[in-house]
Design a protein around this ligand. Structure first.
Ligand code: PMP
Length: 437
């Protein structure tokens, strides 16, 4: 039995200080009816709690830790950067270095603006799309999560789906009214919205590989349809690759599916575990952002030197050319992820549990469902009780997963084959419990 005594006491104390004891909802473990381990430190693929338990970590701080925790190259660069001062609020060379590095991998981003969170990136991209087109409405997909700005907290995924509050109090009806929501992967609904309201739509925002209703891949041709129809109607196509960037493939979903958006939002990995996100895209659109243009957006800590350093070192590691004949970083992660999901699928078969296994590059996830999952409705229909049994049994065995079926899991460069084998063995035990529950 996992001893979480110190974590439980820390959680009681934290609940007096923060709403629900946390600074971001899903961390509370409320969805799985248990207390969260409080984390003391992390290294490589491992995370350690204050009770002395050690886990193999597949949350990776919800995506950013693609090279593993406390990577020596990142830590060294950060220590050196910290000694030069933590913030100046003035232009630095490293901002341009990171911008160039991002653009090498995301050539659709001709001009880029750094911000501090994915929420800021998507919120700013929407404002820009509205400013550029002079239109008000946006289209988002049910179950996609784009951060917590008002326009986007409508039928959202992630914690909103986990806690069953798809629309948040505090978002005014006027704001919500400008957000049109339709099911993901629904070709006809998308065409119908544009046939009816195309002239009023500023932008379509989409997670091109959706990770916030669990992991859901776009159907063949769906992203092409989005591209074609938005172009025909003069609306912008925004790819929110905050999660799937550098993961669905190195060049994200836009490279994997060969669809070029007008604007892209990135986050998580480009900050290497520090608060960084970015939006960028076509030059003629981005030139509308202040001070080049009239659409206002700013940030005291934007382009922060420590955050830029962590991002740049992380991107250097994952874009380094491989040894001749060896696969590149992102391919290695994809191969490891495949090994893990196939291993778990085999264990599910042996245990007689129907499990939907999802993978996109180094992103993966499981649904306890006998139906293929293609949108929010099919994701929400998965068995939540089975998930809780699975989650707790994995945690007990030292495997740290996201505490909700509406989240995605991540592989890092620090996970070894041996750890993946251990994870598959643990999954075998957990799935037997699921079969018996
Ligand atoms: N977009 C996507 C696709 C995300 O997954 C997230 C967060 N998980 C966000 C935006 C919001 O990012 P942040 O939490 O940094 O505000």
């Amino acid at each position: 039995m996992l001893n979480l005594e110190k974590s439980a006491a820390a959680f009681e104390e934290a609940k007096k200080l923060m709403p629900g004891g946390v600074n971001s909802p899903v961390r509370s473990y409320r969805s799985v009816d248990c207390n969260p381990p409080f984390i003391a430190r992390a290294e490589g693929s491992h995370i350690f709690d204050i009770d002395g338990n050690e886990y193999i970590d597949y949350v990776g701080s919800w995506g950013p830790m693609v090279v593993g925790h406390a990577h020596p190259q990142v830590v060294k660069a950060l220590q050196e950067a910290a000694a030069r001062g933590t913030s100046y609020g003035a232009p630095t060379l490293i901002e341009s270095q990171l911008a160039k590095k991002v653009m090498e991998v995301y050539p659709s981003m001709e001009v880029i603006r750094m911000v501090n969170s994915g929420t800021e990136a998507t919120m700013s991209a929407l404002r820009l799309a509205r400013g550029y087109t002079g239109r008000n409405k946006i289209v988002k997909f049910i179950g996609c999560y784009h951060g917590h700005s008002d326009s986007l907290l409508v039928k959202a995924g992630s914690g909103m789906a986990t806690f069953g509050v798809p629309d948040s109090p505090g978002v005014t009806p006027g704001t919500a009214q400008d957000t049109i929501t339709i099911p993901y992967n629904d070709f006809e609904a998308f065409k119908a919205v544009f046939a009816e309201q195309g002239a009023e739509i500023a932008a379509v925002i989409v997670e091109p590989v959706a990770g916030n209703m669990g992991l859901v891949l776009p159907k063949p041709g769906y992203l092409d349809l989005l591209r074609k129809v938005t172009t025909e109607h003069g609306a912008l196509l925004i790819f929110d690759e905050v999660m799937c960037g550098f993961r669905a493939s190195l060049g994200g979903a836009q490279a994997a599916y060969a669809v070029k958006p007008d604007l892209t939002c990135l986050g998580k990995i480009i900050g290497g575990g520090l608060p960084v996100a970015a939006y960028g895209g076509r030059r003629d659109i981005m030139e509308k952002v202040s001070p080049a243009g009239p659409v206002y957006q700013a940030g005291t800590l934007s382009g922060n030197p420590l955050a830029m350093t962590a991002g740049l070192e992380t991107l250097k590691i994952i874009t380094a050319p491989p040894e001749p004949g060896e696969p590149d970083y992102s391919r290695v992660l994809t191969i490891r992820t495949k090994k893990l999901v196939l291993g778990v699928a085999q264990k599910a078969k042996e245990a007689g549990v129907t499990l939907q296994v999802q993978q996109a590059g180094s992103m993966f996830g499981f649904f306890f469902s006998d139906k293929e999952v293609t949108d929010y409705e099919t994701s929400a229909a998965a068995d939540q009780e089975a998930f809780k049994v699975w989650f707790k049994a994995m945690l007990e065995q030292g495997i740290y997963l996201a505490p909700s079926q509406f989240e995605t899991l991540f592989m890092s460069g620090a996970h070894t084959d041996e750890e993946i084998d251990r994870t598959i063995e643990a999954a075998g035990v957990a799935l037997k419990k699921v079969a018996d529950y």
